[in-house]
Design a protein. Structure first.
Ligand SMILES: [Fe+3]
Lengths: 209, 241
């Protein structure tokens, strides 16, 4: 025998199941509870938040082409200056009016999810080079055994996307497009459509982080 | 020495694989391409903080947080434990959210198909935040097993769903807690998607008679482990990068 490393194993993941919305967005699912605070993660942007206000919306789509109506989508991102609203952020103080974390259900009828947020600044990669602006996504649902991590990049950041060390790592270059949301407009505000494909020709790149 | 580094690689052989065909919904919802390996960047090593200020007085008490005319029906239980990281350190300030069926196995959800009765006094969800040692507790009624549309006659063992938010987005985890002694654990295609029996057993809460409350509630102990961080030994890594 040798000395033990005394390490524990991560608790195994289990599917979020069909009723994740009861646990994560109870008010949305008709269980009015927790008082005025409502569902956590519903609002990212305070009135004084700096940066360009944008909408991110889309669907999570299964291998048969159907949108998931029972999924939960969470996002985490830097503020407009590239800083995270987190105690682990040591490079500076993030905008206190921007939470950085959001959580939305996919709609029970249409399957659409929607976030009102701001466009993030650039954040450094592990070697100090800047990554292109991105939003980190985490997707759970019935039938997903381990939550899926991916990233959304911005179509109007072509130069930054080209030099992003993470996107550069993608061997099959045609798959980079699965991470880039197209910019459009809705009532004078920028809207990015980001559809997440779980399988098929357009399968989104998911990360093992 | 503090644990400041990136997270230990997730052991994908310990978790259920994405494609578990006996759990039919996974067939069309499991990515088929290899995941893209990415060492943790600050985007994954940071995460939001949930202050105790977001919690209401009864948020972790499912016996009280939805009660309208009296207590919900069913065996009263306390679930307690710690949220630890893989280094065995308590994770303070972790947000735990939990949801479950009522004592009859029925969820309060409009898409629920099971004929068991709703309980007017049971909402079925709660939340709490761990203390400085990573400890948490909640009070609820023991959920019933329930049938679900998978194979013709599949039933879930009694369980409580847990969503856990540690200190970093990379630690994000959803899992389920099962109850000691339940034979249905070993018949469930969702549970059995986990390849290693030892891994499954870490999701089975132990009945703790010593901490049961006389004439009131049984206790179950359920510890949860999140990913741990590397120690930054001799690493010339710019802080936060
Ligand atoms: Fe369940």
């Amino acid at each position: 025998m040798v000395q033990s490393l005394n390490r524990l194993k991560e608790s195994p993941s289990q599917t979020a199941g069909p009723y994740i919305h009861i646990g994560a967005t109870p008010n949305h699912s008709g269980i009015e509870i927790y008082g005025n605070g409502g569902d956590l993660g519903r609002t990212l942007v305070g009135p004084d938040a700096k940066g360009e206000r944008i909408v991110i919306k889309g669907h999570v789509i299964d291998g048969g082409g159907a949108p998931l109506k029972d999924a939960l989508v969470e996002i985490w991102q830097a503020d407009s200056a590239g800083l995270h609203n987190s105690p682990q952020e040591k490079r500076g103080k993030a905008d206190p009016a921007f939470a950085g974390w959001g959580r939305q259900p996919t709609d029970g009828v249409t399957g659409e999810y929607r976030f009102e947020t701001i466009k993030p600044g650039r954040v450094p990669f592990v070697d100090g080079r800047l990554m292109a602006p991105h939003v980190t996504f985490w997707i759970v649902a019935r039938g997903i055994n381990v939550g899926l991590h991916t990233r959304m990049y911005f179509s109007d950041e072509a130069a930054a996307n080209t030099e992003c060390p993470v996107l550069a790592r993608v061997e099959h270059r045609d798959r980079v497009a699965t991470l880039i949301a197209a910019r459009g407009e809705e009532g004078g505000r920028a809207v990015y459509i980001f559809d997440i494909h779980l399988q098929g020709e357009q399968e989104t790149i998911f990360f093992d982080i | 020495m503090t644990d400041q580094g990136s997270f230990y690689q997730r052991d994908r052989g310990w978790h259920p694989p994405p494609f578990t065909p006996h759990y039919k919904t996974s067939v069309l919802r499991s990515p088929q391409r290899a995941l893209l390996s990415l060492e943790n960047t600050i985007s994954e090593m940071t995460g939001p903080v949930f202050g105790h200020g977001v919690l209401g007085e009864y948020d972790n008490d499912l016996i009280r947080n939805w009660a309208k005319t009296g207590d919900p029906v069913g065996p009263r239980i306390i679930v307690y434990g710690r949220v630890l990281d893989e280094n065995g350190h308590g994770v303070s300030g972790a947000l735990l959210e939990f949801w479950q069926a009522n004592a009859g196995g029925r969820y309060r959800h409009k898409k629920e198909l099971y004929v068991a009765a709703l309980d007017p006094n049971f909402g079925g969800c709660g939340r709490t935040i761990t203390d400085d040692q990573g400890r948490y507790c909640l009070r609820t009624i023991k959920p019933g097993p329930y049938p679900w549309p998978n194979r013709v006659n599949d039933w879930r063992p009694a369980h409580i769903h847990f969503s856990i938010f540690g200190h970093a987005f990379a630690q994000r985890l959803i899992t389920q807690m099962y109850f000691e002694g339940d034979p249905m654990i070993w018949q469930c295609p969702i549970v059995m998607g986990i390849p290693d029996r030892n891994a499954i057993e870490t999701l089975v809460a132990a009945l703790d008679r010593e901490n049961s409350i006389h004439m009131d509630a049984l206790a179950y102990k359920f510890d949860i482990v999140l990913r741990g961080r590397r120690s930054t030994l001799f690493e010339n890594r710019t802080e936060g990068n």
